[in-house]
Design a protein around this ligand. Structure first.
Ligand code: BGC
Length: 748
């Protein structure tokens, strides 16, 4: 069966209306009426009330702890209160008992779902499915806003290329384009396409460069040049601003010596000046105060001044603005007009969200929204699409009617807390379905469960109980990985092998000769090279969230065909970090030279080839970016461009035939990469420019057309101006970043 279809690629969205793509909505909620209301409120405020709006505090305990401050208008926002009864009471005090009745912005880290927990963001990125990710963010917003939370500190847009960094779990991985697409999707999902009472303001974070922490150690310094910032790290933020993101958070790190919370260049010049951002800029937790630790200010007064002057509007938990701004204005060290601008940015968000009209929630109705069946279904689908099949010797998919005795083992088989992953504050164990529970429900009486290891770090010398059970089983399903606590903020690791005795457990299972299928749940790409030979198949599920169990059961038994692709390079060993697909062209590219085992005694210095690689591990990763198997096979053919030469305003139409040549229906993520052969600066070996999920029945083939605006090939070159540099290019269409043959084209 052959069909023709034109895929509307979002590469076209932000950049080229000439490609006929819809416009993004950077004006969501903005209007002269909003501005008029903001000015009216501002005109009535005392200096102290203005400064109060700029203060965000963490709730906790009794509402009465804050009554006095709320009445005096000393708090503009609270975070970490999720009890809707208390939230209503906070709002009541503000609205009814403070002089101007300004409601609070209630914030929470709703990072990958609220009660219904979705896969961690790195897993969501593996879906390469922005529509589904938008849907997930919408579900999170529906649940959280129903209980009074109107501001989430998400999405995290930090490009991360070092899996030692624990927060890699919270972002979309290593690639600027994939991150950009996920950023737009999440902003739209949280805020809704139209603002209403279910809109939860997105907070794009951490601005900026935080994911490039030296050595992958959280909070560490970064050294990104302005060009790297502009070409790699800033684009997802800019796209999110254009998609209407209402708020932004400054990061903890210093870049080239300047902590972000005091970084006038990135906040004032780029964000406000170049991008015209009129939303709210909040610090990270005490990141204003931590500028003292950085040695970037002498005391809280000093850092409060620096943050304000850099363009920060709200102080999370330093109390620097609250304690010192009034005095700083009085002494003339800061201008009241800067404070006015900050307050405008805060009030604008409150007005746009409709908080003045709807400060309260209906507690009973809000409870009914949580864990709605369609929310759980969306979370399950996200978990299904996020799992990546890394290896399959044919053991998968399992045949449901052929199994009589399934051994389920491993520390992640029944870990309802840990499969939720990091930043799942509001997810509940009691609602989480683990693989064990899902398999037991599906195959009553056929599942034997022997944990083997109770948790990932446990050490055991032998596994007689598991091995005996494996010998009696027809198939062994082993669930390995790392618990939620091993990734996320401040949870960096220097060793990325499976911890404890997990590899030994896998080897012992393999030695039984039974078919062994390993599923890994983790917050990062672990180094699983040594484990691959010990299993017939490996499914990489990240932390899959509330519905991870049923999703994995569907994948293992073939009701759903795996379609996830690696959103980040999987390393062979941690010493390769950082290794990412879109590195710049080196002067001495690797071309397969001598490895350590081939080096003879007293070998000469020049016998090794002198190119860019490790003597012990070569130059390649375990799995490249964009990689993932399916139960079926896809073949690419007839790859062609509509022309050989383009102008800067043109759109490149790439055509191909994708065929499902295997025995199962399946979904392929078609990826398009481009290399700019010669630039005014060295350019990446290839960069992702478009992707699309394509579902084909077994035996089906389809002619596809993908469009790439030439303007998306622009970059900041030697002159610091963003533009497409004319010259020769190559383009690949493939199922991962390491496959395909280059097709040449020229830009005039
Ligand atoms: C994190 C932020 C988070 C904030 C509030 C900080 O420690 O870096 O990402 O939003 O806490 O919980």
């Amino acid at each position: 069966m052959k069909q023709t279809r034109t895929l509307c690629l979002a590469a076209c969205l932000a950049l080229a209306l000439s490609c006929g793509a819809p416009k993004t909505d950077s004006t969501i909620g903005a209007s002269p009426e909003v501005e008029r209301r903001v000015e009216k409120i501002l005109a009535q405020m005392t200096l102290s009330e203005k400064i109060g709006q700029m203060n965000q505090v963490s709730a906790g305990g009794d509402v009465s702890n804050y009554t006095d401050a709320l009445r005096k208008g000393q708090i503009g926002s609270i975070l970490n209160e999720v009890d809707p009864v208390k939230i209503n009471e906070y709002q009541r005090i503000c609205v009814e008992e403070s002089r101007l009745g300004i409601p609070l912005l209630v914030a929470r880290d709703v990072i990958h779902g609220y009660h219904t927990v979705f896969p961690i963001p790195l897993g969501l990125a593996a879906t390469f499915d922005p529509d589904l990710v938008e849907q997930g963010a919408r579900v999170a917003a529906l649940e959280a806003t129903a209980q009074g939370v109107r501001w989430t500190f998400s999405p995290m847009l930090d490009i991360a290329r070092d899996p030692r960094w624990g927060r890699i779990a919270e972002g979309s991985g290593e690639d600027t384009y994939l991150d950009t697409r996920m950023a737009e999707a999440m902003v739209r999902g949280y805020q809704g396409r139209q603002l209403d009472t279910t809109s939860m303001a997105a907070c794009i974070k951490h601005f900026v460069g935080y994911g490039a922490a030296e050595g992958g150690r959280d909070y560490n310094s970064t050294y990104l040049t302005e060009r790297q910032l502009r070409n790699v790290y800033l684009p997802p933020f800019q796209a999110a601003v254009e998609a209407g993101a209402m708020t932004l958070m400054t990061s903890f790190n210093d870049n080239d010596g300047v902590p972000s919370t005091g970084n006038t260049f990135v906040v004032k010049d780029v964000l406000r000046g170049e991008w015209g951002f009129d939303g709210l800029v909040v610090t990270d937790w005490n990141s204003m105060g931590e500028m003292i630790n950085h040695g970037f200010g002498v005391d809280r007064k000093d850092v409060a001044r620096k943050a304000l002057q850099a363009g920060v509007d709200m102080d999370m938990m330093t109390y620097g603005f609250l304690s010192h701004l009034e005095e700083l204005v009085k002494t003339g060290a800061v201008k009241e007009s800067d404070i006015d601008n900050a307050v405008r940015n805060i009030l604008r968000v409150k007005v746009r969200l409709g908080l003045f009209e709807h400060p309260y929630v209906d507690v009973e109705a809000g409870a009914a929204v949580q864990y709605a069946p369609d929310h759980l279904a969306s979370a399950q689908r996200s978990a299904e699409e996020s799992a990546i099949l890394l290896k399959n010797d044919g053991v998968l998919p399992l045949k449901a009617d052929a199994v009589r005795n399934i051994l389920v083992t491993g520390p992640m088989a029944d870990a309802p807390h840990d499969q939720l992953g990091t930043w799942a504050f509001d997810g509940e164990k009691s609602h989480t379905v683990t693989p064990l529970k899902a398999l037991e429900a599906r195959f009553p009486g056929k599942v034997t469960y022997v944990p083997g290891l109770r948790y990932s770090r446990e050490k055991r010398d032998a596994f007689p109980d598991v091995v005996a059970a494996a010998r009696r089983a027809d198939v062994v399903l082993v669930f390995l990985g790392e618990e939620a606590i091993l990734s996320g903020e401040a949870h960096s690791l220097a060793d990325l092998n499976l911890k404890g005795s997990q590899s030994e457990l896998l080897a012992a299972l393999k030695a039984t000769g039974k078919p062994v299928v390993a599923t890994v749940m983790a917050g990062r790409p672990l180094t699983v090279e040594r484990d691959l030979p010990n299993c017939g198949a490996m499914l990489y599920a990240f932390h899959p969230g509330t519905m991870g169990g049923p999703a994995l059961a569907n994948l293992l038994f073939g009701d759903v065909n795996p379609s996830g692709k690696t959103p980040i390079t999987f390393l062979r060993t941690v010493g390769q970090a950082p290794l990412y697909y879109c590195h710049n062209m080196t002067g001495r590219p690797y071309n397969g030279e001598t490895l350590i085992d081939d080096i003879g005694m007293e070998a000469g210095q020049t016998s090794l080839g002198n190119t860019s690689y490790y003597l012990d591990y070569g130059a390649y990763p375990l799995f490249p970016f964009g990689y993932g198997l399916s139960y079926t096979q896809f073949t690419y053919s007839d790859i062609a461009l509509d022309r050989t030469s383009y102008g800067a305003d043109d759109c490149i139409t790439v055509s191909l035939t994708l065929a499902n040549t295997g025995e199962y229906d399946g979904t392929e993520v078609v990826q398009v990469y481009v290399r700019d052969l010669v630039g005014s600066i060295t350019r990446p070996v290839k960069e992702l420019k478009a992707f699309e999920r394509v579902s084909l029945k077994a035996g089906e083939s389809r002619k596809l057309e993908l469009q790439i605006p030439v303007s998306s090939l622009a970059f900041y070159g030697l002159d610091g101006v963003k533009k497409v540099e004319p010259g020769d290019f190559q383009l690949w269409v493939a199922g991962d970043s390491a496959s395909g043959e280059p097709v040449p084209f020229t830009v005039k």
